[in-house]
Design a binder for this molecule. Structure first.
Ligand SMILES: Nc1ncnc2c1ncn2[C@@H]1O[C@H](COP(=O)(O)OP(=O)(O)O)[C@@H](O)[C@H]1O
Ligand SMILES: [Mg+2]
Length: 362
């Protein structure tokens, strides 16, 4: 399979909040885009999709960009997509990240082949409260929690402070800043209100787990999924008094102190038994939510050695400097090999499905 040259559409989403600009864009729209020309002057960091595009070229495939711009026309164009495989990099539709699953479901409905999680897994993982209930069923430890929305409690363990309050359905540390960690009722209620007002989302109120922050990249599907070397986000240098969390600033805001003082690296000083517990937990969480091809499980290791799953990420960020690629590199895979592995995993899924249906016809 690795030898076959595939036409691969790199599917990604953009949105435009300015209606005038959106209208102008509508005029000029050609949905299937050629790779953008690079601007020579400023040395700009490559985006994940540019890195993946180049890796696909190195693998001998024929990649092209396919943009979903939030208009129905771009969905219509997708229905005519003739790629052999879609590399799915979408995270939202028209800026609404609760619609990530709809995009995947639509691609699925069209019968197109695509990389990464199916709609099922996206729904289960994106609704953190549902994911946590599934973890509990499988005996996977996750912080005790409650959910509150517009004065109604949907579920509540008997939780105790300190707590962290976050949107129950967001990603990329949206809504997670220093104020997210609360130590009394007043702070908690204010934060719940903020989450509801700002994100129109139920608030997930979780027990705050002190400890090390560890990420497990998982590559593969079902019984053959494998955990890559663990990555740790070192939050220890954050200033005294700042909660030790991967806030929005820590993840994205390059000019902040929080960003500069934190860094991810291959986890060190973990004994064999702890490493095994972390890896087994990650794999159990990956399977419980039906992730496939690749994913990342975010965990906390408490000082007494308990492993908690914070969340599962289907289709995690694949930029070469991000944790998943870092873990793949530590396992001996180059960036290009990592992308190749994802392509092979997705293609073999479809190949196996057609072999199975051919066998059933016999
Ligand atoms: N229960 C918790 N205990 C300790 N830290 C947490 C907890 N929940 C979230 N965090 C911190 O907040 C970060 C972002 O939370 P997460 O649920 O992973 O949101 P996102 O989906 O936006 O990445 C985590 O990486 C962790 O640092
Ligand atoms: Mg996370």
């Amino acid at each position: 399979m690795s030898g076959a040259k595939l036409k691969i559409a790199l599917l990604y989403d953009v949105w435009n909040e300015d209606p005038a600009a959106a209208a102008a864009k509508e005029e000029a729209a050609t949905v299937v885009r050629k790779p953008r020309k690079k601007v020579k002057t400023v040395k700009k960091e490559k985006t994940d999709r540019e890195e993946i595009f180049e890796a696909l070229q190195r693998l001998g495939h024929e990649p092209y960009y396919f943009e979903l711009d939030g208009r129905p026309q771009s969905l219509h164009a997708l229905s005519r997509c003739d790629a052999d495989l879609i590399f799915n990099l979408t995270e939202s539709f028209d800026g609404d990240d609760t619609k990530e699953m709809n995009v995947v479901a639509y691609v699925d409905l069209l019968g197109l082949r695509y990389t990464g999680a199916g709609p099922h897994a996206i729904i289960l993982a994106q609704d953190k409260a549902i994911a946590k209930k599934i973890f509990a069923f499988h005996g996977i430890k996750t912080p005790f929690f409650a959910t509150a929305y517009r004065g109604r409690i949907e579920h509540a363990h008997d939780i105790s402070f300190p707590l962290i309050v976050k949107p129950s359905w967001e990603d990329g540390s949206i809504g997670i800043d220093a104020g997210a960690v609360v130590t009394n009722i007043k702070e908690m209620m204010e934060r719940v209100e903020y989450i509801q007002d700002e994100f129109d989302s139920p608030a997930l109120i979780e027990e705050f787990i002190e400890g090390r922050e560890l990420y497990a990249g998982v590559l593969g599907s079902y019984e053959r999924a494998q955990v890559l070397p663990l990555i740790e986000l070192d939050l220890s240098r954050l200033p005294e008094g700042t909660p030790k969390i991967a806030s929005y600033d820590v993840k994205f805001e390059k000019n902040t102190e929080a960003y500069k003082l934190t860094k991810s690296q291959v986890a060190e000083d973990l004994d064999e038994a702890t490493m095994k517990r972390l890896s087994d937990t990650a794999l159990a969480a990956y399977r419980a939510l039906k992730l496939r091809d690749y994913g990342r499980i975010d965990m906390r290791l408490s000082p007494n050695g308990d492993v908690y799953v914070i969340e599962a990420n289907p289709n995690p960020w694949l930029a070469s400097r991000q944790e998943f690629a870092m873990a793949a590199r530590a396992s001996g895979l180059s960036y290009t090999e990592m992308i190749g592995a994802i392509i092979d995993l997705a293609m073999s899924r479809y190949l196996n499905a057609s072999l199975a249906s051919a066998a059933a016809m016999r």
